[in-house]
Design a binder for this molecule. Structure first.
Ligand SMILES: [Cu+2]
Length: 395
């Protein structure tokens, strides 16, 4: 009832090894923090933890065939445990479908061979698992998309109703005070706010003993007579030893982030891994001592890595309701435990700073963001090389 969909035991078939290889033991939305910035009496406390306080899974809604999901979708029921321990059924809250979006998986037109043009194209087909949770005014669409080349792509779409406050104002020019938002219609103020979604990603890259690696891209000046060039960049690899090495605010410096299995290597000697490709990167704007920020402290960093601990499931803490922020991801991480060559959990926070605009009213068109987990030296080569193209299949 708290997490909503949980993806378990995600693995990918390796055609070369003729076996399924593990990628993710478990992945789910661990918390959703939505602090509003309106300081008026009826609003200042609106700083919701939508998973811990409301139940992101409990708020899942039945999906509408042909509208929420395409015509080839298969619908599934969900079950959660109620407060007295009995199971509660939610009908048609999951849909699973193949996405033929018209995109290209890979292609090349080779024109370098005299008198010959070689063209190869493969269309992209993926498998999508979709849910929608309507938490109060907002509807959150969560897609887990599994691509043939091994990428797991997560996309979150925000739609539904803005939380609005009644007002005497009918025109922006009348406003002389701070109103903490945008006049989105006459007598209607849409408050500024954030959405921070934290994903708990227990990756098991080809086994459960993994390490977190930062590949820092650093500019180098060319010295001596090595090259006519003045500069270049190089990749400096750093393996995180403890939790403090893995608290990362993105967009500060160019870094590629990987989870690798240090005991598994490809034939040419690279550690097998998966790369986190961030999207919807936002950082905290509130001060560390604000009560709201203490409770939603996981939003301070985009990336955290912890050693697996069965009691550490929820970034906002086990008891989020009325919490004081003394048992959450930010507190656990202060123990600075060893994370190298261990069963580790990657926590990724994506988000949106939301200054409402008039188009968000009365119903907001979907705003999307997400991230990807992409194989990095996990396979010996492109794992989809031997796929048969639709043209060949017909022949
Ligand atoms: Cu919003």
């Amino acid at each position: 009832m708290r997490a909503g969909p949980i993806i378990s035991l995600a693995s990918i078939y390796d055609p070369e090894k003729d076996e399924y290889r593990s990628v993710m033991y478990k992945g789910y939305v661990s918390e959703l923090f939505v602090p509003y910035m309106d300081l008026t009496e009826e609003w200042y406390y609106r700083t919701f933890l939508d998973a811990g306080e409301f139940g992101f899974g409990q708020c899942a809604v039945p999906l509408e065939p042909l509208k929420d999901c395409p015509e080839n979708a298969v619908f599934m029921d969900g079950y959660y445990t109620t407060q007295d321990g009995s199971p509660e059924k939610l009908s048609n809250v999951l849909c699973v479908f193949e996405r033929h979006a018209g995109d290209i998986k890979w292609r090349h037109s080779e024109s370098a061979i005299p008198g010959k043009m070689i063209v190869e194209v493969r269309p992209d087909v993926s498998l999508v698992v979709r849910t929608v949770s309507t938490v109060g005014n907002y509807d959150y669409i969560v897609d887990w998309e599994f691509k043939q080349a091994g990428t797991i792509k997560v996309e979150v779409g925000l739609t539904g109703l803005l939380a609005v406050r009644g007002s005497n104002y009918t025109h922006k020019d009348q406003i002389q005070e701070e109103v903490y938002g945008t006049l989105v219609a006459e007598n209607t103020l849409g408050a500024n706010h954030d959405h921070f979604l934290n994903f708990n990603l227990d990756l098991d890259i080809d086994g459960d003993a993994n390490s977190f690696v930062k590949t820092n891209l650093q500019t180098r000046r060319v010295t001596g007579n090595r090259s006519p060039r003045k500069s270049y960049w190089t990749a400096v690899i750093e393996t995180a030893k403890t939790e403090s090495d893995a608290r990362i605010q993105l967009n500060k410096k160019p870094t590629e982030l990987l989870v690798v299995n240090p005991s598994k290597k490809t034939k040419v000697g690279n550690q097998v891994g998966y790369r986190l490709i961030p999207g919807s990167v936002v950082g905290p704007l509130l001060t560390d001592d604000d009560y709201t920020q203490i409770r939603g402290a996981f939003s301070k960093y985009n990336v955290w890595v912890t050693p697996y601990n069965k009691s550490e499931k929820w970034a906002g803490g086990l008891y989020a309701d009325q919490s004081h922020g003394d048992d959450n991801l930010a507190v656990w991480s202060l123990r600075n435990r060893i994370i190298e060559n261990k069963d580790i959990v990657l926590w990724y926070t994506l988000g949106f700073h939301h200054v409402p605009s008039q188009e968000d009213f009365p119903i907001m068109p979907t705003l999307s963001g997400g991230f990807e987990l992409r194989p990095a030296n996990f396979f010996e080569h492109n794992p989809t090389m031997n796929d048969v193209s639709p043209k060949d299949a017909r022949a």
